[in-house]
Ligand binder design. Structure first.
Ligand SMILES: NC(=O)c1ccc[n+]([C@@H]2O[C@H](COP(=O)([O-])OP(=O)(O)OC[C@H]3O[C@@H](n4cnc5c(N)ncnc54)[C@H](OP(=O)(O)O)[C@@H]3O)[C@@H](O)[C@H]2O)c1
Length: 271
């Protein structure tokens, strides 16, 4: 069975629109981009369309490697800017940690600044990474997490690691296992899990015989192969489990949450 993610994204967007009407100014998102590859360009275009639909101002700043840090410094001071998004991958010559540390903490709508990531350890989710938060939202919508055996396949800083911490948070109380490319006998772990989250970046990676019947499966993957989009989960898994679709799943909730964070940042701005 497919899990309905559209209604979750829609509810977040409705909330965003409602909250914007209570602000005395239009929130603004600025996306800083280096040399844009086609997929980054397409993502920024979709951000632009969504911002317009929701009533959020949007600007793209193209920066050369040398301009990244000064641009972020300027945006930190600019009172007309509520949220800052840094498009990745960054140009190779830049140090990712250095750049992301320069994203102003109170405008860090993607939750990439090490301060915001570190706060997750303390259970503070001021600006959690949007994809990890999207997964938590889906799970809280469809099940009770407390005590459930959850396996997160993938340990990236963007998805796997922050997600594992968020699922462990007191109050959510999942029992979490994190797997990665060196994990042995992965299917022994996925098969005994109530919830399987896959964020590996390999099309149709999780197969039907790797999960038990009735498992909740969250597909984070977005893979473009031969002109088509694939998730990390083989569609056949849906015959025995509850699965989020790709496209139209976690991705659209992630985007909705990015804009929810922009509004959250604007609400905290003193003007
Ligand atoms: N829906 C969204 O909004 C959204 C947002 C971000 C990313 N994504 C998608 O999610 C996927 C993952 O993204 P990411 O940024 O987390 O990727 P990433 O940084 O490449 O990390 C991939 C993770 O998968 C693990 N892995 C690779 N092969 C594996 C295997 N055979 N068995 C077990 N683990 C394996 C890697 O292990 P090691 O650490 O050992 O290398 C790594 O931890 C991609 O398809 C990406 O496009 C979607």
């Amino acid at each position: 069975m497919w899990i309905d993610c559209k209604s979750i994204a829609k509810a977040i967007e409705e909330d965003v629109k409602r909250r914007i009407t209570s602000l005395s100014f239009a929130p603004k998102l600025v996306s800083v981009v280096g040399t844009g590859d086609p997929s980054t360009a397409s993502y920024l275009r979709s951000q632009e369309r969504k911002a317009e639909k929701l009533g959020i101002e949007f600007e793209i700043i193209e920066a050369s490697s040398g301009e990244f840090l000064p641009t972020l410094k300027k945006l930190a001071k600019d009172e007309s800017v509520s949220g800052v998004f840094v498009a990745r991958p960054l140009p190779q010559e830049l140090d990712e940690k250095e750049v992301l540390s320069a994203v102003p903490v109170e405008k860090d709508v993607e939750g990439v600044n090490p301060t915001n990531l570190g706060l997750l350890i303390y259970g503070e989710e001021t600006f959690p990474p949007c994809t990890a938060e999207a997964v938590v939202k889906v799970l809280e919508n469809v099940t009770e997490l407390s005590g459930k055996r959850v396996v997160v396949v993938g340990r990236s800083i963007t998805v796997g690691k922050p997600l594992a911490i968020m699922l462990l948070k007191k109050g959510r109380d999942a029992t979490v296992t994190v797997c990665h490319s060196r994990t042995q006998n992965l299917e022994e772990i996925t098969k005994i899990s109530d919830i399987v989250i896959v964020a590996v970046g390999k099309a149709n990676f999780l197969k039907k015989d790797m999960v038990k019947k009735g498992t909740i499966v969250i597909d984070v993957g977005i893979n473009y192969v031969d002109g088509k989009w694939y998730g990390d989960v083989d569609p056949a898994v849906e015959e025995i489990a509850h699965v989020t679709p790709v496209p139209g799943g976690v991705g659209q909730i992630t985007t909705a949450l990015l804009f929810e964070h922009v509004v959250r940042a604007a609400e905290r701005q003193k003007r």
